[in-house]
Design a protein around this ligand. Sequence first.
Ligand code: FAD
Ligand code: NAI
Length: 466
Amino acid sequence: MSKDFDYDVLIIGAGPGGYVAAIRAAQLGLKTACVESRDTLGGTCLNVGCIPSKAMLHASEYFDAAANGTMASMGVDVTPKLNLDKMHDQRRDAVKGLTGGIEFLFKKNKVDWKKGFASFQDAHTVKIGDETVTAKDIVIATGSSVTSLPGVEIDNDKGVVVDSTGALELPKVPKKMVVIGGGVIGLELGSVWRRLGAEVICVEFLDQILPGMDGDVRKEAHKIFKKQGITFKLSTKVTGVTVKGKKATLTLEPAAGGDEEKIEADCVLVSIGRKPNTDGLGLENIGLETNDRGQIETDHEFRTSVEGVWAVGDVIPGPMLAHKAEDEGIAVAENIAGETGIVNHDVIPSVVYTMPEIAGIGLTEEQAKEKGEIKVGKFPMLANSRAKTNHEPDGFVKVIADAKTDRVLGVWAIASVAGTMIAEAAIAMEFGATSEDIAYTSHAHPTHPEATKEAAMAVRGKPIHI
Ligand code: FAD
Ligand code: NAI
C-alpha cells in the first residue's frame, strides 16, 4: 500500500468495466475503492441495460410463443393472458438480486464503495461530495448514456417519448410504438413490445438495419423481423416529434431529402446510439482531452495520456458491450498491479438477443474481402436437426476463412441460440483455428452448434446435411 495516498487504486464507475476492475485489483492485493453515483452497483448493464432488457425479452418470448401458435404447434394449447405488472416485478427482482450480488462481492473482496459523483481535482485526487480521496492510480469507467435527437425531448416519466430506460418500464402495452433507430436497442425492445401486442414501426436512417454487422446477416434479420410483424421505414430520418397529452406526432423525411410524412404513436423510443460519460468529471483539471467522438483515448494497456489515469469500457473507443468492458476491467487492474493484462479487440462477440438471436465475431464478409482472398461456408438452420425439431428454422451460420491459410476470420449466426453458439467461434479464433479445425472437432448431436461445424465444412464445399 502506498503511504502517500488513501488508496492504491480508485475506480470511477461501478458498471461492468469498473466493478470488475475493482474486484480484480483487490484480488491482486491493492487497496481499492470504487465510486458510484447511482444508488446501486452494476452500472448501465445491471440496472437499466443488459439484465432488465433480457428479463423482458425472455418473459415476452414465452408470451409470444403461446400467442403466435409456436406452443400450439408442439401440442401445447394455451391462451396467454398478460400480467404486465408481474413481468415488471420479475425484471426488478433480477436487477435487485444481481446488483446486490456485486455489493456482496465488494464486501467479500474488501473493495470500499464510495457513494457519490466523482470529479478530478488533480491526477491523484478526486472529490466526491464533501469528501476528497486520493489514489496512486485512478481508472475512469464512467460508461455511456443515451444520445438524444435534436428537437426530441425524452421524458421517461411521462412514457410517451422514452429512451431504453423508459421503454423497459412502460406501465401498459402501447397500441402503436415508433422506434427511432434500427440498431440493437431498437430491435430488442421493439421486439419486446411487439410480442406483447404493440404495433411497432422502426425508422432507420440507413438503407439497412444493424449497421456494423455482416451484410447477409443484416438482410436476413430484416426479413425475419418483417415477417414477425415489425414495419420498417429504411433510409428515413425523424426531423421532429411533438407531444400532445398521451400522443406523439413524428415528422419523417427521406434520408436523402424529400417530402415530409407525419405518423402518430402512443410511444416513441429514441435508440440512435450512446455517448461516453465525461461531463462533470473534471477532465480539464488533469489536462485530459476527449477525441471528436467524446471518447477518452488509451494505449493498449488502457493508460490515458495522463500519468496514473487509466480508462476502460464504454467511455473509450470500441464496441459498447458489457463483456468488452469487463475484459478491459480485468486487464487494467492487472496492468496497474504490474502484471500483463491484454484484451484481443479483434475477437469480441456481439449478440442481439431477439428471437432468433443474431451473433457475430471477427470480420464481416465485406471487411474480409477488402483484406484479401477468402472462402465462405454457410449452413442454414433449417438443415440442422435440432433447430428443425424445435420449430426454429430461421437463420444460418456463416464461417469466413482466409483462402490461403484457412484461418477463421469471422463467424456470423442467426439462430435461436446464436449468442451461446458464438462462444465456440470466440475460442476457435482466440486460438487461431482454421475452418478445418472446427470441421474436424466433434460436436454433440443433436445440437445447434452442429450448424457451425457444417458451415466450417462448407468452407471447403463439403457439408454433409445439405
Ligand atoms: P456503465 O455500465 O455505463 O457504468 C458506468 C457507471 O459509472 C454508471 O453506473 C454511472 O452511474 C457511473 N458514473 C458515471 N460517471 C460517474 C462519476 N463521475 N462519478 C461516479 N459514478 C459515475 N451490452 C452487452 O454486452 N450485452 C447486452 O445484452 C447489453 N444490453 C444492453 C441493453 C441496454 C438497454 C443498454 C442501454 C445497454 C446494453 N448493453 C449491453 C451495453 C452495456 O450496458 C454497456 O456496454 C456496459 O454497461 C458498459 O459498461 P461500463 O462499465 O463501461 O459503463
Ligand atoms: P446502435 O448504434 O446499435 O443503433 C443506432 C441506430 O440508429 C443505427 O442503426 C443508426 O443508423 C440509427 N440512427 C442514428 N441516427 C438516426 C436518426 N436520426 N434517425 C433514424 N435512425 C438513426 O445504438 P442503440 O441501439 O441505441 O444501442 C446503443 C449501444 O448499446 C449499442 O451500440 C450496443 O453497443 C449497446 N447495446 C448492446 C446490446 C447487446 O449487446 N445485445 C443491447 C443493447 C444495447
